[in-house]
Design a protein around this ligand. Structure first.
Ligand SMILES: O=C(CO)[C@@H](O)[C@H](O)[C@H](O)[C@H](O)COP(=O)(O)O
Ligand SMILES: [Zn+2]
Length: 198
C-alpha cells in the first residue's frame, strides 16, 4: 500500500510538473493569454460582463473564477461583474426538464447575455453538447467566446474567438492546466483594471 501510494504520488506529480513547466514556456499560450486579457478588459471597461460555463470539475472552475472576479484575487478593489451559469439549480432543473440538458447554459446565455459580453466556456473534451450550444448562443448574440479545452480541442476549437488548448489528453491534467490559466487570467484582469501603485 505505502509503496503504491509513493509510486502513484510521484508519477502523478511528475506528470503535473512536466505539463505546467511546458505550458509556462509556451509562447503561443502567452499570446492567447494576452488576447484573452484584452478581450475581457475591453468588455469590462465597456460595462459588459463575463459568463462562465462547464460541467463537473469545469463547473467548479466556472464558479471559482467568477468568484475571484466578483470578490477579490490578490488584493482589495471593487467587484467585477461575472456570473457562473452552473449555480442556480432552479434554472438548471427547469431548463433541463423542459428543454433538455443540452440547453442548460445556452438558455441562460440567451436570457442574460448581451453583445460584447464574454462567455468563458470550459470543457476538457471540447465536445460537451451543453457547452457547445452555449458557445453557439453566445456567437448569435455577438458575444466574445474564450474557451478552455484539451489538446484535441474538440468541437470547441473552431467556435471560440480565443481557445486555450492544454497540451494533454488526460482529463485531470487538462483541468490542472485550466486552473493555472484561469487563475492567471483573473490576476491579469485585476492588475489591468485596478493597477496597484506599488
Ligand atoms: O472532474 C472531473 C474529472 O476530473 C469530472 O467531473 C468531469 O469534469 C466530468 O466528467 C465532465 O462531465 C467532463 O466534461 P468535459 O470536460 O468533457 O466537458
Ligand atoms: Zn475532477
Amino acid at each position: 500500500m505505502a509503496n503504491n501510494v509513493k509510486a502513484m504520488f510521484e508519477a502523478e506529480f511528475d506528470k503535473s510538473i512536466k505539463l505546467l513547466t511546458a505550458m509556462s514556456r509556451d509562447a503561443h499560450l502567452h499570446e492567447l493569454m494576452a488576447k484573452a486579457v484584452y478581450q475581457s478588459v475591453t468588455a469590462l471597461r465597456s460595462g459588459r460582463k463575463l459568463l462562465f460555463a462547464g460541467n463537473g470539475g469545469s463547473a467548479a472552475d466556472a464558479q471559482h473564477w467568477a468568484g475571484e472576479l466578483v470578490s477579490r484575487f490578490y488584493y482589495d478593489r471593487p467587484g467585477l461583474p461575472a456570473i457562473a451559469l452552473t449555480t442556480d439549480t432552479s434554472i438548471i432543473t427547469a431548463v433541463g426538464n423542459d428543454y433538455g440538458y443540452d440547453y442548460v447554459f445556452a438558455r441562460q446565455v440567451e436570457a442574460l447575455g448581451q453583445a460584447g459580453d464574454v462567455l468563458v466556456a470550459i470543457s476538457t473534451s471540447g465536445n460537451s453538447r451543453n457547452v457547445v450550444s452555449a458557445i453557439e448562443a453566445a456567437r448569435a448574440k455577438e458575444m466574445i467566446v474564450i474557451g478552455f479545452t484539451g489538446q484535441s480541442g474538440g468541437k470547441m476549437a473552431e467556435l471560440c474567438d480565443t481557445c486555450f488548448r492544454v497540451p494533454s489528453a488526460e482529463t485531470p491534467r487538462i483541468q490542472e492546466g485550466h486552473e493555472a490559466l484561469g487563475h492567471l487570467l483573473c490576476a491579469l484582469i485585476e492588475a489591468e483594471i485596478f493597477p496597484r501603485g506599488d
